[in-house]
Design a protein around this ligand. Structure first.
Ligand code: SF4
Length: 606
């Protein structure tokens, strides 16, 4: 199984996240063919092996890979972003994979088989049909639900996995490849057995679970399908929403937990507040079901007492406007049962009324402000891991129909207002419209032209948002001296290290020291980037810091760091001769008991 990763509006599977689909596929195969051995490689692992072997002109290790009889490639990126944890499958990877596994039976599946492979915002995703006409080396392209299609083939036509050439002889073969789930209970066994996959994932560690985060599905579809949904979105095409049973979700999580997973996100749905929703009391949106959400979350916490991350994703602002009582109740349950640092990702897309109407967007600026205010009312409190308990995150899309320079200005003013009202937003996501495959070519051309024309405007606009909104927000949310617990070292970057806490949209922390990777550290915030933090490992002992570590503390800089290094150990008086009082005050916030500037420590060092 090769995981090319999934990143759809309602599901994330780029490491450290593992999407449900690879687990369901694993479960479906193991249920019907328990003796089959399954190997799992992420696309990044595969690229690395192929590259190393190509460079060294050797085949060590490759023969083992090649011996796999069947290759199942999963791909599904329709909203590409930049990821610290991996690089999703690109269209060009397909050729290398099919050439490399020339002898194996090769299957492609996942959302990209329907919506195309998205590589970059602003460019049309590449339809899988291009592959069908270019490269006949792929034996099966599954456009239905892969776990269902595979289970049908394994039960009824197992022989095709050994005699590929007989594939066309299956009478309703084309139909089988389109099979979809009829209800959510069809995946229950697959989701439970699928937990067996996690030990093969590179982000999993036997010691503590690593930072592997399992994305969990709660329902499929968007409740706005009834009125067409947002015009740019693929979700309404999935039809009426179908929901999983509470106990089925809990059983799946229990199975993953018992296999060692400690981090979870209830992220595979279009709106967490709409899980098991009621009737359309208002024709714009159905009534939320706070009792179902309370039951789901409480059962998860009771069954998995040592869970370390439980977050959600995707929230529709309409819940707060049309059903404020229910939405408040759900917000309180989320804060009670989920872990801190949780984010309600709200799709704003644009607050320009003209763009809202032309694209049938869900809510107006005022309506979104209502959602922001209610989430802030309960979620601002600082939790044990150093993060606010629960904050909104906002998504904007550039290049929607009807967008003008004024639209960008309105969006900017809206964000400014949030800052002025003293609300907190954990992150602002600005992305270019990605044209899904199947859009009218005339329309594609128009959007492409608009995106090119606006590219310098976007650049300026994005920079102003990063500078004027993101930066002050980060300063408020993570003040200097804040301790962040259990931050996972993911990557060395030059002489520094990039770390993140597991969970939803975690803040990236930079530490100017090469730390051992794949371990958890506690960090102290010492400065802010536009979208990241500069940190030092806790506890801070100023006397031991390197020049680079001193330099990144807000207000110290290169020159002062040099003087401190030359003159230390320093008494408080000497510190104050080097640093202005305001910087000194900031520094004393950094774990005052461990600053090591007092006379006693100086004597000890002498
Ligand atoms: S509300 Fe709009 S963007 Fe969100 S899932 Fe539904 S159609 Fe898509």
């Amino acid at each position: 199984m090769i995981d090319g990763y999934i990143d759809e509006p309602s599901c994330l599977g780029v490491p450290p996240f593992l999407a449900p689909l690879p687990r369901y596929i694993y479960g479906s195969i193991k249920k019907f063919m328990p003796s089959w051995e399954i190997d799992y490689k992420t696309i990044d692992q595969l690229r690395k092996v192929l590259k190393e072997n190509y460079q060294n002109n050797s085949h060590i290790g490759l023969n083992n890979l090649r011996e796999n009889n069947i290759i199942i490639l999963i791909t599904g990126v329709s909203v590409p972003g930049k990821y610290l944890g991996g690089t999703p499958l690109r269209f060009s990877d397909l050729k290398h994979i099919s050439n490399f596994f020339s002898e194996s039976f090769k299957i492609i599946c996942g959302p990209s088989t329907v919506f195309g492979i998205g590589e970059e915002g602003g460019k049309p995703s590449i339809p899988i049909e291009r592959l069908e006409s270019n490269d006949k080396k792929w034996n099966l392209i599954i456009k239905g639900d892969p776990e269902i299609v595979l289970s049908k083939l394994l039960q009824e036509n197992e022989e095709i996995f050994y005699k590929y050439e007989e594939i066309d002889q299956i009478s309703n073969f084309k139909e089988i490849l389109q099979y979809k789930r009829k209800n959510m209970e069809e995946i229950l066994d697959f989701s439970i057995i699928g937990a067996g996959l996690i030990s093969l994932h590179p982000n999993y560690s036997e010691n503590d679970g690593g930072n592997l985060t399992c994305e969990i599905e709660t329902f499929r579809g968007c409740p706005r399908y009834l009125n067409g949904g947002c015009l740019f979105c693929v979700e309404p095409k999935k039809g009426p929403t179908i929901h999983r049973k509470i106990d089925s979700i809990v059983e799946e999580i229990k199975s993953l937990y018992n296999n060692g997973v400690r981090h979870f996100r209830l992220g595979n749905q279009t709106d967490f507040y709409a899980f098991n929703h009621g009737l359309f009391k208002n024709k714009r949106y159905p009534k939320p079901n706070p009792e179902a959400i309370e039951e789901l979350l409480s059962k998860i916490r009771n069954s998995c007492p040592d869970i370390r991350t439980l977050h959600i994703d995707n929230v529709n602002a309409l819940n707060f406007v049309l059903y404020p009582k229910e939405a408040e109740k759900i917000t309180r349950s989320i804060i009670k049962y989920c872990t801190d640092g949780n984010i309600a990702a709200i799709g704003v897309e644009s607050v320009d009324p003209k763009v809202i109407s032309m694209n049938n967007l869900k809510a107006s600026a005022d309506e979104i402000m209502v959602a922001i205010s209610i989430i802030n009312k309960y979620g601002k409190i600082i939790g044990k891991n150093g993060n606010p308990a629960f904050l909104p995150g906002l998504n904007f899309i550039m290049g929607l129909q009807g967008e003008t320079e004024e639209s960008l200005n309105l969006n900017y003013q809206f964000l400014k207002k949030i800052l002025q009202e003293n609300y907190l937003i954990r992150r602002i996501n600005l992305r270019k419209f990605l044209i899904p495959s199947g859009f009218n070519p005339k329309f594609n051309k128009k959007i492409k032209k608009h995106l090119t024309k606006f590219s310098s405007k976007y650049f300026k606009w994005k920079n102003s948002i990063r500078k004027d909104i993101d930066h002050p927000l980060l300063q408020k949310i993570y003040p200097i001296g804040r301790e962040l617990k259990n931050v996972y070292a993911e990557k060395n970057d030059g002489n520094g290290t990039l770390l993140r806490q597991p969970g939803t949209y975690p803040i990236t922390c930079f530490v100017p020291r090469k730390l051992d990777l794949f371990q958890f550290y506690n960090l102290i915030v010492v400065d802010h980037g536009f979208r990241s933090l500069n940190c030092l490992t806790a506890p801070i002992e100023l006397i031991k810091l390197t020049q680079r570590e001193l330099e990144i503390i807000d207000g110290i800089g290169k020159k002062r760091a040099k003087t401190i290094i030359l003159k230390r150990p320093l008494s408080k008086k000497e510190w104050l001769e080097i640093l202005p009082l305001e910087i000194w005050e900031k520094i004393t916030k950094l774990q005052p008991s461990l600053l090591n500037f007092n006379e006693k420590n100086i004597q000890n060092l002498n």
